[in-house]
Design a protein around this ligand. Structure first.
Ligand code: PG9
Length: 628
């Protein structure tokens, strides 16, 4: 009997050679606290858009929160594979989940699961778009469908999203559906030429080409470019021009690359897409909060421009709001307790989402929610490390703001002071396009997020000892100096070439010793930095050569900042003529289209920056009173 028993046990065993992959497999379904509905929502032209609707179980009369994305709706609604809605949705949605919202993600037309053609940042119907659809109509049709078909909802919709997803929020505001009750474009891409993703003041941002590859080589997510070179500084330099780089990876076949290369200047193509102008000209119908990080490394221009354009219609401060946090691009949706070497007072992003954003959305979306105490402008004052409520933005400018800007003049001997220089003169450097100034220390790894995300606050000391970077500095400050607005550059400079880029960096230099955080001793922290392509000094749309050897005036705005330079700190201004490989190199010889510059066009030039008793270089600082 024992041997019989043993043989029957042996028979019950799985034979060693049983195939290990079954014909079909189904795991027991965990009890999720949400229902995931995937629908193809028809648009007015018949194209259907892939939409994921995440509904908390048992939801009734719940508001809906919509994000329209080019970044894979299915993935956006599945941060983790989890039976929990909180774990499934993005980190930034935490308080919306707690408040019982229905969450909707939709692929924009032509991307991932959606039908139709993809056009990068598809322009609004009008001169550039002769079809019957755009993101405004697609948002309208989607909201119309949602309010009619999601029985668990209360028929009210809010839209929010960052960057490209912020751009689609802005687009929905051009012609909003009546059920769209509130909107928050975050780090929105608004003007691709002036100061957001593709160019800054005419200088082309090289990572745009990698982005175009990722977004437009295939309907889903494109492969990264196989450069075979560890240091992107070398990789981009060896390609010559931006067109050379594109050709090397076959990106010259892509229509959006062609569009970029055909429109190097701020021509109709860019002007007709500037969303601040377009949306600002329409009736303001939806309460909107523009949200941006003070150190937004991708879209640092658009949110302020959109706020300013829409503010013209909001004199009584009821519809248009601005929130500026101490964040990187899209940082509002992540951990805001630190950025690079900077440490803040707690998780500023979470505080903001909990105490400001959530009550703001609830007010318009949740039945019976109390009015939120939303300040017209909420801004984190870096340096002083505190949130501030303002009635308007900017707080200081040349004229028409609560405070007047003060001019900080370049001085002989590489000084900086609020009085004009006592004598005229200039400081010179040789700008060599074959040895461009890197924007972060080499080796440059553009795709390393630890480099890219915090780079605007990275220590600028690595640049300040280069012979092709001019460094001006005040004495240590005796009292705090606060700014709240956009510093204006007034640069008087000459070149021996016929074109030049000018990079101006406003920097906070920490004291030699910072006992509370020793590694910050002498740190040179970027506060507001930008680039200007010299050929556009007289007209952004019609470039002209720079007359060699003649002093020219370059006026441009640096990004907005709300910052206090503390006692013992110094204000520094660095000036250089390349920021590589973030920006393509200016050949310094005037050519009709820099995208196609030839190797022989790239030439060294001597650049002279002028200070003076009357017409000297300066930065107009948007100074405000410092109140402890
Ligand atoms: N900054 C990205 C982007 C937006 C719009 C166009 C191109 C790029 C983004 O983060 O979505």
């Amino acid at each position: 009997t024992l041997s019989l028993l043993l043989s029957s046990v042996a028979m019950a065993q799985t034979p060693p050679m049983a195939p290990d992959i079954p014909a079909s497999f189904e795991a027991p379904v965990a009890q999720a606290d949400y229902i995931r509905r995937v629908v193809m929502i028809p648009m007015r032209d018949g194209v259907k858009l892939y939409t994921v609707i995440m509904i908390p179980k048992g939801a009734k009369n719940a508001p809906m929160l919509l994000t329209r994305t080019p970044y894979n709706a299915a993935r956006r609604a599945q941060r983790n594979v989890s039976p929990s809605l909180l774990a499934s949705l993005p980190q930034g949605d935490e308080f919306f989940v707690a408040d019982g919202y229905i969450r909707v993600f939709q692929d924009v037309r032509g991307k991932y699961g959606s039908e139709g053609d993809y056009v990068m940042t598809r322009p609004l119907r009008g001169p550039l778009n002769n079809t019957k659809t755009d993101h405004a109509t697609d948002a309208w049709d989607t909201i119309e469908w949602l309010v009619k078909n999601v029985a668990e909802s209360n028929g009210k919709v809010g839209m929010l999203g960052s960057s490209y997803e912020g751009f689609t929020v802005m687009m929905a505001l051009a012609d909003p559906h009546p059920a769209l009750k509130v909107a928050a474009p975050m780090s929105a891409m608004v003007d691709g030429w002036r100061g957001d993703d593709w160019f800054h003041n005419g200088a082309f941002r090289m990572p745009s080409l990698d982005y175009v590859a990722g977004q437009t080589t295939v309907k889903g997510r494109g492969e990264g470019l196989a450069s075979g070179i560890y240091d992107d500084y070398d990789s981009v330099l060896r390609s010559g021009s931006a067109a050379g780089y594109a050709k090397r990876f076959g990106l010259d076949q892509l229509n959006f690359t062609k569009k970029l290369f055909e429109h190097p200047a701020y021509d109709q193509y860019w002007q007709e897409q500037a969303l601040d102008r377009l949306v600002g000209a329409r009736k303001l119908q939806v309460p909107t909060m523009h949200i941006v990080g003070q150190w937004d490394q991708e879209d640092i221009y658009g949110p302020y421009a959109a706020y300013a354009a829409m503010e013209k219609q909001d004199k009584d401060n009821r519809m248009n709001f601005l929130a500026i946090g101490p964040w990187r691009h899209s940082g509002v949706n992540y951990d805001g307790s630190r950025l690079g070497a900077l440490r803040f007072e707690g998780d500023t992003a979470r505080q903001f989402r909990r105490d400001v954003l959530q009550p703001f959305f609830n007010q318009y979306l949740k039945d019976g929610a109390p009015p939120a105490d939303t300040p017209p402008v909420l801004s984190y004052q870096s340096g002083a490390d505190r949130w501030q409520r303002y009635a308007q933005w900017p707080q200081s400018c040349a004229s028409g703001c609560p405070a007047a800007a003060r001019t900080l003049y370049l001085q002989p001997g590489l000084g900086l002071d609020f009085v004009a220089a006592k004598r005229d003169g200039h400081d010179d450097y040789i700008a060599d396009p074959m040895k461009p100034v890197p924007f972060v220390p080499r080796p440059v790894r553009l795709h390393d997020e630890n480099v890219w995300k915090p780079w605007l606050v990275s220590d600028q000391r690595f640049a300040s000892d280069r012979p092709d970077v001019l460094v001006y500095m005040t004495a240590p400050l005796a009292a705090p100096l606060a700014i709240a607005g956009a510093p204006q550059v007034d640069l008087h400079a000459a070149t021996t070439g016929t074109d030049a880029d000018w990079v101006v960096k406003l920097i906070d230099v920490y004291p030699d010793e910072v006992p509370s955080q020793p590694e910050m001793g002498g740190y040179q922290q970027g506060i507001a930095m930008d680039i200007f392509r010299g050929r556009y000094r007289d007209s952004l749309s019609h470039p002209t050569p720079i007359p060699a050897g003649q002093v020219q005036r370059y006026r441009f705005a640096l990004p907005n900042a709300n910052h206090v330079f503390l006692p013992g700190h110094r204000i520094m201004v660095q000036i250089q003529s390349s920021w590589f490989p973030l920006y393509d190199r200016n050949p310094q010889t005037y050519v009709p289209n820099i995208f196609h510059a030839q190797p022989g066009d790239y030439r060294k030039a001597t650049h002279s920056v002028y200070y003076g008793t009357k017409a000297g270089s300066a930065i107009e600082l948007p100074v405000i009173d410092y109140r402890p």
